[in-house]
Design a binder for this molecule. Structure first.
Ligand code: 2HG
Ligand code: ZN
Length: 458
């Protein structure tokens, strides 16, 4: 790999823009997980699908590893290039087509930033259903490769549910045009869905046709104070019955403390609560909210709350939830992103609480997540007096117990952040040996040379 220099790139990949500048290697070889030190051989910037195929052909001929790269906002190390790989950045493929009104869809190239798709839909009076805190930097190719979730899954589904058509190049260099934006297509195996969530291990996604939704109109946000996690499920069920929900999120008071300190925000409510629920719904009348709130207080599910009075107020309330991750990023927390069926959430929280008390009594553990999807983010903060290596080791020891619990509840060890490098050693807690074997065999068909994102996921 070390003999990859300017001349080599010019001879083997003519016409393809590339960089070997130290700052590019450092930034394109890393993602938000910062799990390993970046050390790619070069960064390549193809401008169309044929150039992606040209790069893949070259990698197969020369036996080189490729790391497909989007906005690199991932938290599981799926986009890290630490072993002399070639990074294949899609960022110069960012054609964003006009909205197709008849089909309520839009075709976008892989390097288009998620927020640009949201804005393009909005300008056309429509709505793109996926949103999360990193939407301003993440790219759609990466969203599709990791099947990104976010805050509105309970209403609009995952990224998978938005993809009507997919264009990609397999690890063998085959150009794929999958499903062509069709709603109905009963012609056998849906290869589009095989590529969604495959974390760049089967093919490089080059473009997609995405579904757009009707404009949801005015929405309101309620931030509610909740005493303990026992209230979460009954509260969710009551809110779902009374309101048309688009998000149902939770976080503990410790999360609020970190956000307020980091973002300079005042506390959300006069009295601190143990836990908060933030829900978003289609706008409702003051009477409807008052009746629901009264009912929730009477049932002792909620003790206090605030309802957004304007769009700007709603955005302010969202900050208490959306800025948690960024507020603790500098402390490099140990991350878990787990899911169970909604019905099993109380049992999961109960069991995890016991585990944490027993094994992490000295650690600060932050709980937050998309409780309406059964998805919980558990972030463990490193105590100052513990070395990073000792901290990681202790977290990994407890992981086994956490994942045992997830396995017993038939849950997922990675709900929405992907497996990447971070969860790869624990895949067997969510997938059976038979499944993993089938996954490997699928990989060997689409990427027989094993050039695409080696060491990730499988
Ligand atoms: C969120 O829901 C993101 O805020 C990040 O998925 C979660 O930082 C995390 O663990
Ligand atoms: Zn999340």
């Amino acid at each position: 790999m070390s003999d990859i220099d300017k001349l080599w790139l010019h001879q083997h990949l003519p016409g393809i823009q590339a960089s070997q500048q130290a700052d590019d290697l450092a930034s394109y070889g890393s993602d938000w997980s910062r799990l390993r030190e970046p050390a790619p051989a070069a960064v390549l910037f193809p401008q169309h699908q044929e150039q992606v195929a040209q790069i893949i052909d070259c990698a197969n001929r020369e036996g080189l590893a490729l790391v497909p790269s989007g906005g690199r906002t991932g938290l599981s190390g799926g986009a890290i290039a630490a072993d002399g790989e070639l990074v294949l950045s899609l960022e110069r493929m960012r054609q964003l087509d006009p909205v197709n009104h008849a089909d309520a869809s839009v075709r976008v190239e892989a390097g288009v930033v998620t927020a640009s798709i949201q804005q393009q839909a909005e300008r056309a009076g429509l709505f793109y259903g996926v949103d999360f805190a990193a939407a301003g930097s993440s790219q759609i190719g990466g969203n599709i490769a990791t099947n990104a979730g976010g805050i509105r899954v309970l209403r609009y589904g995952l990224t998978r549910d938005q993809v009507l058509g997919l264009e990609a190049v397999s690890g063998k260099g085959e150009l794929l045009q999958l499903n062509h934006g069709l709603i109905k297509n009963a012609t056998g195996y849906d290869l589009r869905h095989l590529l969604i969530g495959s974390e760049g291990t089967l093919a490089v996604i080059t473009a997609a046709t995405l579904k757009l939704w009707p404009d949801p109109g005015e929405r309101q946000v309620l931030l509610l104070a909740v005493d303990g996690h026992q209230a979460l499920l009954p509260l969710f069920m009551a809110a779902r019955q009374a309101l048309r929900l688009s998000a149902f999120e939770f976080f503990t008071h410790d999360c609020v403390r970190h956000v307020c300190a980091h973002a300079g925000l005042p506390p959300p409510l006069e009295q601190a609560a143990g836990m908060y629920v933030l829900l978003e719904c289609d706008a409702v009348s003051d009477e409807q909210v008052a009746a629901l709130f009264e009912q929730l207080v009477e049932q002792q599910l909620v003790s206090d709350g605030v309802i957004s009075q304007s769009r700007q107020h709603a955005q302010q309330l969202w900050q208490y939830r959306e800025r948690i991750s960024e507020s603790i990023a500098a402390q490099r927390p140990y991350k878990n992103d787990i899911a169970v069926r909604i019905a099993a959430v109380p049992e999961l929280l109960q069991q995890l609480d016991e585990l944490i008390q027993r094994h992490y009594p000295a650690f600060e553990v932050l709980w937050y997540g998309h409780i309406g999807d059964g998805n919980i983010h558990m972030n463990v903060l490193k105590p100052d007096d513990l070395s990073p290596a000792a901290f990681k080791q202790q977290c990994e020891l407890v992981n086994e117990q956490v994942f045992d619990c997830i396995q017993r509840l038939a849950g997922s060890i990675s709900a929405e952040h992907g497996v990447g490098l971070l969860k790869q050693p624990w895949l067997q807690y969510s997938r059976t040996p038979v499944e993993i074997d089938i996954m490997r065999r699928i990989k060997s068909v689409l990427d027989p040379g094993g050039i695409l994102n080696p060491g990730k996921l499988l």
